[in-house]
Structures are given as structure tokens and as C-alpha cells.
Design a protein around this ligand. Structure first.
Ligand code: GLV
Ligand code: MN
Ligand code: MN
Length: 418
């Protein structure tokens, strides 16, 4: 009987703690930007754990790592996983939970002598965060064939490093083909990274989908000049233009309401001196909405504001799309399975969409996919203060175990009906 089987929470928490010691930062989080030395060390640790469990580990051309435990039948695996790269100010749970919970599920099955029908895979995908090498979810995007390998390998990062070179350098440019084989189903456990579950007092989120993401980098060229002598009406101030865009996107999101969010997360001025009018500026805008039409409307509003601003300030403004993904709906059968399993295990559960991007949104292009959320204290993430109560982490891991077992037994060949 597998219905009463539970994962080993202490072992899961121990692994999370150990991985967090790689690239440690003040406040208890981690910095493992994609394809850095810290990322390599994190990868080496997780791959060693995969090998200790006797899994068949493959690495593909973009550095995605997939570890498979055989099932009774051959064929595509039921897959779980997430990412182990972090933002510069990462917490210890974002991504890592999903990968290490996948390992914990496999170890629990092995300990209990359970053979699944289908193979079971746990994966970690390269550069989910996209903060060093945009777009986000780069590895899973390539895995599902949404971007060609050669194009991905040529991407340069915020430090001018190149994906292909960095993969070679850290020893993770593998030989398994991209795109990779489609799993029969994919389910990812992740912290919510937002405030909803905590506010509602709910332990498990059955994630319905992921909102659309639009990232744009703007480069502004104005006229650098003396801060004391240049009359205001004669300025072509790139710093002012950057600030105006930042203020506008906040106003835009607030005035659109609903789920529209907008963020300026990077902003650089040149020459970046107290007494010099900035001659150039670079900034990024992150727009997200669960509704594609509204996201397009936000993009159009911003484009027209930027055109007017360039003309009124006498600066030139160019833009480059860093990421653009439409909203994704998960497979209702997987969403329902997560809800049913959580309920059966005695947890409170609610459905909700994801505000953050996830590898699952890419896998949803090729197989029935869903996600499981657990609460984030104060809704804080991408911050070393990110925290989820251990009891919730373990609850999520048990829901993952039972969801994977349910999907292993499910007939997923027919199309979802709703
Ligand atoms: C990835 O974590 C994102 O949502 O930006
Ligand atoms: Mn994540
Ligand atoms: Mn993240």
C-alpha cells in the first residue's frame, strides 16, 4: 500500500540546508547565479546525490540535468523538478525545494521497495531565474524546443559572459539532445513566493497556471552635461527619462488594477556622478498579467509613453525584448489531482495562479503539467528572508509523492476535457 507512505522530512530539510551553504549570503540565503562557480558547486552536490541514489543521470546541451529511476514499463517518465540557480539575493527554497523534494520522493520509493509503473525522473533546468542570462526559464525553454540550442548558447549575460562558454567552463555542456524527450507528465513543487496561501491560512496551493511575462530593456541616449550650468530647458537628461519610465510603469499597473504588476529591477546611469547630467541610461521593465490581452495593452501603453518621452526630452530610446511568454493554463487533470491528494492527506488546499515564472510553464507545452505551492512567510521571495515553515515544506513533499504516484497510475493519453 502506497497511500500511507510519507517522505522523510528531516532528510529533505537536511539537504535543503546543505545546498544553501553553497554561495551563502548574509541573512541565510544563497547566491548561485546561473553558470557561475557557485552554480557549478551546487550542481555537483545535487548530481552526487542523484548518483548516490543509483539514478541514470544525463546532461543535455544547455546543461539541464535529468535523473531517472526505472519503472516497470519502459517509455517516457513521469517527471518532477525545478531549478537550483538563484537570483543574486536568493532565498534557500526557490527552486531548490522542488528539486530536493523530487530526490526525496525517489529515495522514499526506493526505501519502501516501491516500483512505479513508469520511470520517474527528477530534473533541474538551467538558468530558470534569467537574471544573469535572460530570458528566464532558459533551460526548460530549450528542453521543450521553444528556443534553438545554438541561439541559447550565444546569449550573453549582464556581465557579458556567454552561455555556451560558461557551460563549458563549469563542465555542464552535456551531450543529451535538445529538445529533450517529452515526459508523460510534469509536476513541480515550489514555494508560492507570494502572500495568498499564508493570508488564507492554506497549506497547499493547486496551481492553475502562470501569468504572462514581458521583459524589456530600454537604452536611453541623451546629452551628458554640467549639472550646475545647464538650464533645465536645455537638458536631454537620460537619468530623468529613466526615472520617468520607472514612475510611469508603476502608475500604469496601479491604474490598470487587477493582476497587472510592473517592476523596474535594473537601472544604470552613465557617467553616474553627482554633478553630471546623465548622458545615457539602461533600465529593465518587467510587466506581468494573467490575461494576455491586458498584458499586450500594458506593453502598448508603455511603448507610446516611451515614444512621447523621447520626443519631449530630446533623447533617443531603444528597446530590446529580453523575455516574452504568454500566460499558461495547467492541465485540469493535474490541478485536480493535486487538490484531491492534498485533501486526502488532510491539508487545506486552494487553487491559485502563479505570479512567478516556473519551468513548469515550459513543460506545459509538451505534456500534462501542474504545480504544488506551499506558503511563503510574509509573501517574501527573491530575498534571503524567504521562509517556509518546515512542516509546510514536508507537507508539500508528501503531496508531491502522492501526486506523482497518482499520475503514475493515471491514463494520460486522452486529451483533457476542460
Ligand atoms: C523567475 O523566478 C521569475 O518569475 O522572474
Ligand atoms: Mn523558482
Ligand atoms: Mn526565482
Amino acid at each position: 500500500m502506497t497511500a500511507g507512505m510519507r517522505t522523510d522530512g528531516d532528510r529533505l530539510l537536511r539537504r535543503i540546508g546543505e545546498l544553501a551553504t553553497i554561495g551563502p549570503i548574509e541573512g541565510g540565503g544563497s547566491c548561485r547565479l546561473a553558470l557561475t562557480e557557485e552554480d557549478r558547486l551546487g550542481r555537483d552536490l545535487v548530481v552526487a546525490w542523484m548518483r548516490d541514489l543509483g539514478l541514470d543521470v544525463t546532461i543535455d546541451g544547455i546543461g539541464n540535468v535529468v535523473a531517472v529511476r526505472p519503472g516497470r514499463l519502459e517509455g517516457p517518465p513521469t517527471m518532477t523538478g525545478s531549478h537550483i540557480d538563484t537570483v543574486r539575493t536568493g532565498g534557500r527554497y526557490d527552486g531548490n525545494l522542488g528539486v530536493l523534494a523530487g530526490l526525496e520522493v525517489i529515495e522514499t520509493l526506493a526505501e519502501n521497495g516501491v516500483e512505479t509503473e513508469h520511470p520517474l525522473a527528477v530534473a533541474f533546468f538551467t538558468d530558470e531565474e534569467g537574471s544573469r542570462f535572460p530570458p528566464d526559464m532558459l533551460g526548460s525553454l530549450v528542453y521543450v524546443g521553444g528556443l534553438g540550442l545554438e541561439e541559447a548558447l550565444d546569449i550573453s549575460g549582464i556581465d557579458d559572459a556567454v552561455v555556451g562558454d560558461e557551460l563549458e567552463r563549469i563542465g555542464y555542456r552535456g551531450v543529451a539532445p535538445c529538445p529533450g524527450p517529452a515526459p508523460r507528465a510534469f509536476v513541480e513543487l515550489h514555494i508560492e513566493q507570494g502572500p495568498v496561501l499564508e493570508a488564507e491560512g492554506t497549506t497547499i496551493g493547486a496551481v492553475t497556471g502562470v501569468q504572462g511575462i514581458s521583459w524589456t530593456e530600454f537604452t536611453i541616449e541623451g546629452q551628458s552635461n554640467h549639472a550646475g550650468t545647464t538650464p533645465m530647458h536645455l537638458r536631454h537628461d537620460a537619468g530623468y527619462a529613466a526615472a520617468a519610465i520607472a514612475a510611469h510603469v508603476r502608475f500604469l499597473a496601479l491604474s490598470m488594477g487587477d493582476r497587472q504588476v510592473a517592476t523596474v529591477g535594473r537601472l544604470g546611469l552613465h557617467p553616474d556622478l553627482v554633478n553630471v547630467v546623465a548622458g545615457s541610461a539602461t533600465l529593465t521593465v518587467d510587466l506581468r498579467n494573467t490575461d494576455e490581452d491586458r498584458l499586450v495593452a500594458a506593453e502598448q501603453d508603455l511603448a507610446s509613453f516611451v515614444a512621447d518621452l523621447a520626443s519631449s526630452e530630446g533623447v533617443s530610446i531603444s528597446d530590446r525584448t529580453l523575455a516574452r511568454f504568454e500566460p499558461v493554463d495547467f492541465d485540469p487533470r493535474v490541478v485536480e489531482t493535486v487538490g484531491t491528494v492534498a485533501d486526502r492527506l488532510g491539508h487545506t488546499v486552494q487553487s491559485l495562479p502563479s505570479g512567478a515564472g516556473h519551468d513548469a510553464q515550459m513543460l506545459a507545452r509538451v505534456c500534462p503539467t501542474g504545480m504544488i505551492f506551499v506558503p511563503s512567510r510574509n509573501g517574501i521571495s527573491h530575498n534571503p528572508a524567504e521562509h517556509t515553515d518546515p512542516v509546510d515544506l514536508v507537507a508539500g513533499c508528501d503531496v508531491l509523492l502522492q501526486t506523482l504516484l497518482a499520475l503514475d497510475r493515471a491514463d494520460l493519453n486522452s486529451e483533457a476535457t476542460s
